[in-house]
Structure formats: structure tokens, C-alpha cells
Design a protein around this ligand. Structure first.
Ligand SMILES: Cc1cc2nc3c(=O)[nH]c(=O)nc-3n(C[C@H](O)[C@H](O)[C@H](O)COP(=O)(O)OP(=O)(O)OC[C@H]3O[C@@H](n4cnc5c(N)ncnc54)[C@H](O)[C@@H]3O)c2cc1C
Length: 374
């Protein structure tokens, strides 16, 4: 095999997006995935394509990513099941509504106007099945959702069509640098060399960072989701809540996806997760409170995925602060799916041209070293 210019570790959306954007720029890429592409967080998530409610440092990236989502078919040759019926966070009382107004003001002050406060009437016009007690909410009208597994495969397929090599079912067991060249030893003994490595290994990525002297406070967590039997159509937007943990959407086939961040148990050493039924029941109670129409709904399946969560809830994006030719993209802390298209493009810009116009300094890996030193 010809030596790649860039070796990507991890076949989630972030690894595949980096591979696609690099291949689009004519870079020879080899991506190595220890299981199969989309096996972990990127293929089993809720598919929420959301700018709504993001931490301020993520907003510029999220807004730029939404531009790519809008033309996702041009980028990947597949619509990725993306639909934009809006995302709404429900206000259940006047105090929640006040939080919505404050959030809108904060975003306006930062130069963004995509989050709008809606009143009781507009909420009912958009979400007729909502419980009587709800008084309004925060709306991001062009947000939406996509099909996660299909999305990762679309990025992967396009990257391959543009010449990227994808190796599945084999882990990068060891990584070492000798002057200008990285050498990756794979679990089956093969050895790959490249001047540049992208660490997009999801919940396992912290190990590569730590091995090169950049330990990050990142843990493997297991966000859970449930899906119900088919219900008559009652909901178009994706719905969350201001003061409760919820992510709620209905698919065109009638099934309803329930999640929002309740955690099960993650066992990254064995690639396994365990669901926590008590927390799933709490999640279901929230749905029953907010949507009386769901009172008799039957849950047919529940699962959890493995995700990397950092101590400050923000990802690590950009070059290593110690090792030339090493770039990180991990720690998406339960909300990295929407960012996938833009972060792949940012990495390609950094690797090919040495810079990006988007503000990525809040995601620098050495922020943790800086905060430990204070
Ligand atoms: C249940 C759930 C719901 C979520 N809902 C949403 C949502 O609605 N909206 C949103 O924006 N985000 C959501 N997220 C978060 C989102 O899924 C993640 O932030 C995103 O998918 C992370 O992508 P990734 O490429 O970094 O990681 P992953 O998809 O986990 O990919 C990393 C890959 O690296 C591979 N790997 C690890 N070590 C090695 C090695 N040594 N060699 C080779 N390969 C290796 C792994 O096998 C894995 O496939 C959710 C996550 C979960 C789990």
C-alpha cells in the first residue's frame, strides 16, 4: 500500500468527515477503524442536528456546520435522511420562559439570532400535542435531525470514492513518531506510516493524547435512547425541555425516539454498554408529563452508545501542543454529531493550509494543562 499523507484513527463521523474533506483536497488518506465504520457513538445516536442551546464557544462552528448540513447531498451524494422541522426547548413555567429570554439576549449579544422565544400560542401551533401547562419555548427553526448510521456511511462512501482507503476490523495498537514520520502498528501486525495523524478515536481517543504527554480529563460515558412502537403522527420538530433532560422526536414511520442524555454504564475496554432502567423510566415519565398523547406508548427497544465526555463539556479540536503532525478531534460530550461536517473541514484546512478562519482556540488541547497550572 502506498504511504498515506494522513492516517486517521477512528471511523466515526469525525474520522470519516476528516477523511472526506482531506480526500476532496487531494490528500492520500488511510482511515483505520477497530470495529466497523459507525459502530459507536456516530452510528447509534439520536441524529439531532442542533444549534439550539449550544455552549457559546461551539456556536460559530455549529452555525457553519448547519450550512454544510443544508447542502449535505452536494457534499456526500446522499441526503443522510436530514430533515429540518426545527428544534424547540419547552418552557414549562414563567421561570423557564425567563431563561429563554436571557438566552436569546446572550446569543444576540454574541451576534447570533437563530434562537427565538416563542409564546404559548406559537408553541401550540408547532407542537399541538404538548401538555396544557407549557407556556412557550425557545425555537431554532432550521435545526432538525438526520439518520446517524446512514450519515456516517455517506461520509465514508464519498471519502472512498475520492480515493481514501478504509481499513475496518483492526485497531491501531501503537503509535510512535520518528522525526517527520508517524508509525502506526495495527493489531494484526501491519505497520502504516504517515507524516500526519488524526486522532478521532472517540471514547478511546484520550489514550492516544495521554501517550503523547497531553492527558485530557475525558471519560467514556453511555448516553441512552429508547424507541417506541408506531404512533399516529403528532410531532414534526425535535423537542427538548428547558429544565428537564429530554430529546424527543417522531420519525415519519410513526416511531418515537426518546433520549436527552440519561447515562447507562460504559465499558470501553470491552466495547460494551449497560442501560439503566431506572433512569430510562425517569426519561419516560418526562415524556408522559409533557405529551399526554404518549401515556400508553410501548417502548420497544433501548440502547446506549459509548461517547467521550470532557470535564468542561467541550471537544478537543486542533493540533497537538507537543507533537508535530498530530491532530486531535474528540471529546464531543454528547453533542458531536451536528459538528461532524464542519470539524472534518476544519481539520483538512489545518492540515493542508495550516490555518482555519473558524474560532477553535476554546477547543485547544492545552486548555486543560493551563487550568491545571492555575
Ligand atoms: C445515544 C447517543 C445520542 C446522541 N445524540 C446526539 C444528537 O442527537 N446530536 C448530536 O449532535 N450528538 C449526539 N450524540 C453525540 C455524537 O454521537 C458524538 O459526539 C459523535 O458521534 C462522536 O463522533 P466521533 O467520531 O468522535 O466518535 P465515534 O463515533 O465513537 O467514533 C470513534 C471511532 O474510533 C474507533 N476507535 C477507537 N480506538 C481505535 C483504535 N485504537 N484503532 C482504530 N479505531 C479506533 C472506535 O471504534 C469508533 O468507531 C449522541 C451520542 C450518543 C451515544
Amino acid at each position: 500500500m502506498a504511504a498515506p499523507d494522513v492516517l486517521v484513527i477512528g471511523g466515526g463521523l469525525h474520522g470519516c468527515s476528516a477523511a472526506l474533506h482531506l480526500a476532496m483536497r487531494g490528500v492520500a488518506v488511510t482511515l483505520v477503524e477497530k470495529d466497523y465504520v459507525g459502530r459507536h457513538a456516530s452510528g447509534v445516536n439520536a441524529g439531532g442536528v442542533r444549534r439550539l442551546g449550544r455552549a457559546l464557544p461551539e456556536v460559530p462552528l455549529s452555525v457553519a456546520s448547519m450550512e454544510l448540513w443544508r447542502r449535505i447531498e452536494d457534499l456526500t451524494d446522499d441526503d443522510c435522511g436530514f430533515e429540518s422541522h426545527g428544534q424547540i426547548k419547552i418552557a414549562e413555567d414563567e421561570a423557564d420562559l425567563e431563561k429563554c429570554r436571557a438566552r436569546r439576549e446572550t446569543l444576540l449579544a454574541a451576534g447570533f439570532d437563530h434562537e427565538e422565544v416563542i409564546d404559548r400560542d406559537e408553541l401550540r401551533a408547532r407542537v399541538s400535542a404538548i401538555s396544557e401547562h407549557c407556556v412557550g419555548g425557545l425555537l431554532s427553526r432550521d435545526d432538525g435531525a438526520a439518520l446517524p448510521f446512514r450519515t456516517v456511511q455517506a461520509f465514508r462512501n464519498k471519502a472512498e470514492r475520492l480515493g481514501a482507503t478504509i481499513l475496518e476490523g483492526v485497531a491501531v495498537a501503537r503509535l510512535a513518531r520518528d522525526r517527520e514520520l508517524w508509525t502506526a502498528t495495527l493489531a494484526d501486525g501491519r505497520v502504516l506510516s504517515a507524516p500526519v495523524v488524526v486522532n478521532a478515536a472517540g471514547a478511546w481517543a484520550g489514550r492516544f493524547a495521554a501517550a503523547f504527554g497531553e492527558p485530557v480529563p475525558v471519560e467514556a460515558v453511555a448516553p441512552m435512547l429508547m424507541i417506541t412502537e408506531r404512533r399516529p403522527p403528532f410531532l414534526a420538530p425535535v423537542v427538548g425541555a428547558i429544565s428537564r433532560t429530554l430529546s424527543f422526536k417522531q420519525f415519519a414511520n410513526g416511531t418515537v425516539l426518546i433520549g436527552g442524555g440519561y447515562l447507562g454504564r460504559a465499558d470501553p475496554d470491552r466495547d460494551r454498554t449497560l442501560v439503566d432502567h431506572r433512569k430510562l423510566a425517569e426519561n419516560a415519565r418526562t415524556v408522559r408529563d409533557l405529551f399526554p398523547v404518549m401515556r400508553d406508548a410501548q417502548v420497544v427497544r433501548a440502547w446506549a452508545g459509548i461517547e467521550a465526555r470532557t470535564a468542561d463539556g467541550l471537544p478537543v479540536i486542533g493540533p497537538s501542543s507537543r507533537e508535530p503532525g498530530l491532530f486531535h478531534s474528540f471529546g464531543y460530550s454528547l453533542h458531536g454529531f451536528q459538528l461532524g461536517p464542519i470539524v472534518g473541514s476544519i481539520l483538512a484546512e489545518l492540515i493542508v493550509g495550516g490555518r482555519t478562519n473558524l474560532p477553535i482556540s476554546p477547543f485547544a488541547i492545552n486548555r486543560f494543562a493551563r487550568s491545571a497550572a492555575v
